[in-house]
Design a protein. Sequence first.
Length: 214
Amino acid sequence: MKDVLDELAAARRVMGTGSVPAGEAYTVELRRRYDAEIEDVWDAITSPERLSRWLKPVTGDLRLGGKYDLEGMGHGEILQCKPPRLLKVSWLFGPDADAWDGTSEVEVRLTPGPTGDTEFELIHASVFDPHYFPTYGPGAGGVGWDLGLLALARLLAGDEAENLAEFDKSPEGREFSRRSAAAWGQAHLAAGGDPEQVAAAVEATTKFYVPDLG
């Protein structure tokens, strides 16, 4: 359990604001260091074989301007690709979202560190939803990304990444999700969120990821 929670503590979480083509957006931002060369981290986030081992299987025209589909998770267009430092994609949900409408973007930036390590930054910008965001806050997407980056850390360390669905059900996975939701609540407060709304959002997010908690 300690190793899992150490991975949770390794990331810095920020909730911010930005914009996408459809309008004003909020962002969930994760920054952390991986003890791996930048080329290895880049390969892990772009190679279909390795991506399937820590996130989901991916198919499509995997080049700049091409369309991708991340099984059961999202699909969109590859907007920017500058190996091994920058990857930016549109991120859509649902089978009816066939074209880029600007509702969500994910950007990953990699920077080589001084000792062969890599600084990793992920920014997910989503258009404000008048119901979804007040209910769940940044933790709705943030907890999911925390779980994904934990699996990526294990892959880069040479461990076989555990199936996320199975990890979610385990005692350590449940505790990880609970603490992740609380951490995103702290990021929400730091961004100026109303304490009562933040507390309600953390509770709703926790129940979503750990539905039978307590």
